[in-house]
Ligand binder design. Structure first.
Ligand code: HEM
Length: 364
């Protein structure tokens, strides 16, 4: 019976050809390390977010009078609702960590260089869209923490000249303050605007990776001699099949991701859901200490330290621009960062500054 179904599918879509030529025939450079699987882990995390999100939307009500109580119903009454919500919360944070590691490994291995500039820019846009997902999702529970953190985040554009600032803040909040209109906007952004945008950019990103082929590492003998002037698919001196070898590596890393997610849910459930997240929003009662989430702490602390807010926000916008177009700024052919001490020093200082600002922002 099973064989009959497979034969039937084979006759229609050429399953054997698909597996032999497109999957087994698709070659991966031999010396790829675990860091090459992080993109797929990030993609898996995104799918987990989408699936858990669909279930949450069945019970969540985007209205200030019901938003908080509907999340409490999900946690306390809906069968396995607590599990679905915890997966959504924990996996979103882990996804950001995976994304950051993906970005860092690409940077260190110089994989953004020609011909992969578009892949990098699409990836950079994906980080921005992911942060927009986090920001918009954060308000939805309408807790004291989410209400006030969003009030701070949406007030950041006020550092810009008044005309632009008023325009952006009104667009974001749908009025002067964070209110029912803001909740509706953020909900629409989170479940309707951002997902198709993400899918479009991720499609472009993965199409580029597939079309060009994975880069080889720039370390040791394996350093790839890519002196492309026009398109050609990378062919590697030593290689192995995408399926099943590389797919198994990816499946292994995905299971580690899942194991960490469930470990945190089981043993540290309050890490990403502290007390203030369990108190309903009170717009008339400003809490003493309001902090954004950990991934926004560094830019937040930087803005607090720079007295001229316009200057502070301008630096950050310029920084994002440099990040997005980095492959066109760093056009040197050398991909091995160990042979580029200046760039290595720069990235270490940048990471140290990020860590210091994050800790400072958290405890100041
Ligand atoms: C949700 C976001 C993202 C997803 C789902 C994703 C997915 C992937 C996948 C599946 C690959 C191929 C395998 C691998 O190297 O891991 C890849 C490669 C790549 N990604 Fe991403 N990525 C994301 C974000 C980013 C970001 C933020 C950047 C950098 C700004 C980036 C830059 C690249 C580059 C340059 C490659 C090619 C690597 C090579 O050829 O060796 N990606 N990505």
């Amino acid at each position: 019976m099973c064989k009959k179904i497979i034969n039937g599918i084979n006759a229609r879509i050429g399953l054997d050809d698909l597996i032999e030529n497109r999957l087994k025939g698709y070659r991966i450079p031999k010396e790829t390390n675990v860091f090459y699987t992080l993109g797929i882990v990030a993609l898996f995390a995104y799918m987990l977010q989408a699936v858990s999100g669909y279930f949450l939307v069945m019970y969540y009500v985007p209205h200030p009078d019901y938003a908080f109580s509907s999340t409490q119903t999900i946690m306390n009454t809906v069968p396995f609702g607590w599990l679905v919500r915890m997966v959504h919360i924990v996996a979103s944070n882990l996804m950001l960590i995976v994304l950051f590691m993906h970005l860092l490994s690409i940077f260190i291995m110089g994989s953004y260089k020609k011909p992969r500039e578009i892949t990098w820019i699409a990836g950079g846009l994906l980080i921005l869209v992911t942060l927009a997902f986090c920001l918009s999702g954060y308000l939805l529970p309408w807790s004291q923490r989410s209400y006030w953190a969003t009030t701070i985040a949406t007030s950041i554009p006020t550092a810009l000249p008044p005309v632009i600032a008023d325009f952006i803040v009104t667009i974001l909040r749908g009025g002067e303050n964070v209110s029912a209109a803001t909740l509706n906007r953020f909900f629409a952004l989170h479940v309707a605007f951002l997902p198709p945008l993400f899918l479009f950019i991720v499609g472009l990103h993965i199409f580029m990776v597939w079309r060009i082929g994975l880069s080889t590492t720039p370390f040791g003998n394996a350093a790839e001699e890519e002196t492309w002037t026009e398109y050609k698919r990378a062919d590697y001196k030593s290689n192995y099949p995408f399926f099943p070898n590389f797919v198994l590596k990816e499946a292994f890393m995905i299971s580690i991701f899942l194991a960490i997610t469930f470990f945190i849910i089981s043993f540290f459930p309050t890490i990403f859901l502290p007390g203030a997240a369990n108190t309903p929003a009170d717009p008339l009662n400003t809490p003493a200490h309001i902090k954004p989430e950990w991934y926004f702490l560094a830019p937040y602390q930087m803005l607090r330290l720079i007295p001229n807010k316009f200057f502070g926000i301008s630096i950050q916008i310029i920084f994002v621009g440099i990040f997005l177009f980095w492959p066109f700024i760093d056009v040197k052919k050398e991909r091995n960062i160990l042979k580029r001490p200046l760039l290595l020093g720069f990235i270490i200082v940048l990471l140290a500054a990020w860590a210091v600002l994050t800790v400072w922002g958290r405890y100041s």
